[in-house]
Ligand binder design. Structure first.
Ligand code: A2P
Length: 272
């Protein structure tokens, strides 16, 4: 089966296409519009954006112009990491919905457990309050699922103490050599799907000698090995590209990495 037709099932019961098109760092305007449309025309049905990417308007326009039935698409956007005042959550969501010009999103994520300028700071109390607002959005049906991003074990465990709705997803930075197994294990135990952003380490894996050797063995590219690795660990990769050939290549994943080579790749520590 083509990987583009395969899905994971979320803890809401909804299905989610196993490959998502990542749009981080794709500028609003022609670039975001063209690359999103190209992805959709080449079979992607899952698009990941965020308010802070600044490209929701172009992504939304590409989605509408694609002519693909909305029910066949899975669209994710995110609440800015800076918003830790619960009274500001609804406004941010409305802004995203206006930008995207869609009636609903399939998944709405808290972008990070702390504002980016305060990485690692303790916002557990505020995250609990913000999460209650996320639950309110979920209950309106305008976000079909809600989740988090960049949460580690302590952030997840704090959220579980007050959450009524368990997150459907935790989206984390994940690639060969950086697999955050504690965080993934905590999510798995609660039925939370982990999504992998920067599955190519924003390109930094491409000249890694160990991965090149494996890629040569399978006659695949490093990108393809990196994406198969994520899938075979039962995570959902979100590759990003603005180039049509690479957008297509990143879905040409109909091969299997052996258990032995998976063990080897899982044992690598890649310090970037
Ligand atoms: P480009 O947009 O020019 O294709 P990540 O998904 O980890 O964020 O990585 C994205 C980076 O990797 C971008 O610089 C993108 O460049 C590049 N990239 C994406 N797919 C491939 C591929 N199949 N081969 C080589 N580079 C790729």
């Amino acid at each position: 089966m083509n990987i583009l037709d395969e899905t994971f099932t979320l803890n809401t019961g909804a299905t989610i296409p196993k490959i998502g098109f990542g749009t981080w760092q794709i500028p609003n305007g022609e670039e975001a519009y063209n690359s999103t449309l190209t992805a959709l025309q080449n079979g992607y049905r899952h698009i990941d954006t965020a308010l802070v990417y600044g490209n929701e308007a172009s992504v939304g326009k590409a989605i509408r112009d694609s002519g693909i039935n909305r029910s066949e698409l899975f669209i994710t956007t995110k609440l800015p990491a800076e918003i830790k005042d619960a009274s500001k959550v609804q406004d941010a969501f409305e802004t995203s919905m206006i930008n995207l010009d869609l009636e609903y999103v399939d998944l709405y994520l808290v972008h990070a457990p702390w504002p980016w300028a305060e990485r690692g700071a303790d916002y557990r109390k505020e995250n609990g309050e913000v999460w209650a607002e996320m639950e309110a959005i979920y209950k309106t049906g305008r976000a079909k699922a809600i989740g988090v991003s960049n949460f580690v074990v302590s952030d997840l465990e704090a959220l579980f103490e007050t959450a009524e709705v368990i997150p459907a997803v935790n989206q984390i930075r994940y690639f060969i050599g950086n697999t955050q197994s504690d965080t993934v294990g905590t999510a798995n135990a609660k039925g939370i799907l982990t999504e992998a952003y920067s599955p190519l380490a924003t390109g930094a894996l491409l000249d890694n000698e160990e991965i090149i050797a494996i890629a040569d063995k399978y006659d695949k590219t490093v990108a393809q090995i990196s994406l198969r690795f994520v899938l075979q660990n039962d995570l959902l990769p979100l590759p990003k590209s603005t180039n049509e050939a690479r957008i297509i290549q990143n879905t040409d994943l109909n091969f299997e990495i052996s258990a032995e080579d998976m063990d080897y790749l899982n044992s690598l520590a890649i310090d970037l």
